[in-house]
Ligand binder design. Structure first.
Ligand code: ARG
Length: 475
């Protein structure tokens, strides 16, 4: 049943109808649409705009319809334009013309964005939960390798040795920022749009505050024209998802590199690997590659919504219907990628010996020589130069730094005495990095402990927010 038509001599031509139709993708808003309809009905009843008896009959029909949507016995049909028209058809099939009474003071313009906010909040909380599980996997894996040295890289060149636990734990800090962003987003998104009408508000005695509270929103719109127009929360959610994708892609890149024959640090579990159709020996890190690859569509979805919004006149324009598919796609993508990456990380083993052997390679202890001199008050530029000369001597004679003789050290700089040998060890170098956030294992252990505690707290907060949301939905 169309929600409009009185002033038209004919219905839409087939191509026009199929272009405007959205029910094949917006049907997933149905539970949120039904819930926001209940809230709107409550305010119509409260203000006497619908007689109590009629309101109760409509409420009963909405409850029935909700159950049928959940069980799948009520579904959209070809002639439904969008989720809102499909559900109104369902209501009318139950109670006839009375069903249309619920449209008083409401437009699809304030309705659709209210539904989409509810949908987004619900799914954002699920994404957040999956991230906390990923965080646990990262941090627990990191804690297994705190005392294992590995080369640390800049420019993918050996730079300085680090604790491999430090290397792994860094990812948890990136995702902690995503969780922070989600928290900020939740506060900004918790605004009801119901009552804004098509754009100008309503002459009927609605109570937007009452509706907002009913739906668990923190507040209601301040400007009705902005309320029906605002899709910042969609763009912001897509940015958060793109950033999460970006962080996942960097894990994907690392795991792919570390699982290569050349590195052979990471042993990805069979359960998270795939084979080749022609090369029987192959074991490929496809989950890591997909984590890297899927980030492309997450960025693409953000671009697509930002581009749609740019220059768009305020209030409602049909362009806004294009907000949904990118949002749904990003959410669906993360629901697939996050659990697989979590499992991959939890089941990956690392070759401690190989990493430890590689740690001093590429003269990664050279900074220790410079720091040794700097501690003896040698100006750093001079110390840097001297340490560089040690590397040059090693390179020209095919030796490692610790193989230089005492005489050679002193010849490079008079203050390079035998004491320098003590700092020319991987463990010495790692243990000496004791400034806050540094790689010394005692600090890494503390970092991981603090991050695990923060994550457990976040996990609890998300669970309680989600429980409150679910309670609101089933009210
Ligand atoms: N399906 C529409 C959308 O997703 C619902 C709002 C339609 N409003 C309108 N004025 N045609 O945006």
């Amino acid at each position: 049943m169309a929600l409009w038509g009185g002033r038209f001599a004919q219905g839409p031509e087939e191509s026009a109808f199929v272009l405007s139709r959205s029910v094949h993708f917006d049907w997933r808003l149905a539970p949120y649409d039904l819930r926001s309809s209940k809230a709107h009905l409550a305010v119509l009843k409260k203000s006497g705009l619908i007689a109590a008896m009629d309101a109760d009959a409509i409420a009963a029909a909405l409850n029935e319809l909700s159950a049928e949507v959940v069980s799948g016995s009520f579904i959209a049909i070809d002639s439904d334009e969008d989720v809102h028209s499909a559900l109104e058809r369902g209501l009318n099939e139950k109670i006839g013309a009375l069903g249309g009474a619920i449209r008083a003071g409401r437009s699809r313009n304030d309705q659709v964005t209210t539904d989409l906010r509810l949908f987004s909040i619900d799914h954002m909380l699920e994404v957040a939960r999956l991230i906390t599980l990923l965080q646990t996997a990262i941090l627990e894996k990191a804690s297994e390798y705190v005392n294992d040295p590995a080369p640390g890289f800049t420019h993918i060149q050996h730079a300085q040795p680090v604790s491999f636990g430090h290397e792994l734990a860094k990812h948890a800090h990136a995702f902690a920022r995503d969780l922070d962003r989600i928290n900020d987003w939740l506060a900004r998104t918790s605004v009801s749009s119901l009552g804004a009408g098509a754009l100008a508000g309503s002459s009927l005695a609605l109570d937007p505050e009452f509706t907002a509270k009913n739906l668990g929103f923190d507040s209601t719109f301040a400007n009705s024209i902005d309320a029906v127009s605002d899709r910042d929360y969609v763009a912001e959610a897509l940015f958060i998802f793109a950033m999460i994708g970006n962080h996942l892609s960097r894990i994907g890149e690392e795991w792919t590199l570390w699982a290569s024959q050349e590195f052979a640090w990471a042993k990805i579990a069979d359960a998270y690997s795939t084979g080749s159709s022609i090369m029987p020996q192959k074991k490929n890190p496809d989950m890591a590659e997909l984590a890297r690859g899927k980030s492309g569509r997450l960025v693409g979805n953000l671009m697509s919504v930002l581009t749609m919004l740019k220059g768009l006149p305020f209030a409602y324009n049909r362009d806004l219907q294009e907000d949904k598919e990118p949002l749904f796609d990003s959410i669906d993508t993360l629901m697939l990628v996050l659990p697989a990456v979590t499992g991959m990380i939890a089941t990956t083993g690392f070759d401690r010996e190989k990493m430890a052997l590689a740690a001093p390679g590429g003269f990664s202890l050279t900074t220790e020589i410079a720091d040794y001199l700097a501690k003896k008050k040698v100006p750093f530029a001079v110390a840097h130069e001297a340490a560089g000369r040690c590397v040059a001597m090693c390179e020209s004679s095919g030796r490692e730094l610790h193989q230089l003789t005492d005489a050679e050290f002193v010849q490079v700089h008079p203050q390079l005495d035998g004491g320098v040998r003590e700092v020319l060890t991987v463990h010495g170098a790692i243990n000496s990095r004791t400034t806050a956030g540094g790689t010394a294992p005692v600090l890494v252990t503390a970092q991981i402990k603090a991050a695990l505690a923060a994550n457990a707290k976040t996990e609890k907060e998300i669970a309680s927010k989600h429980a409150a949301f679910s309670e609101m939905m089933s009210a």
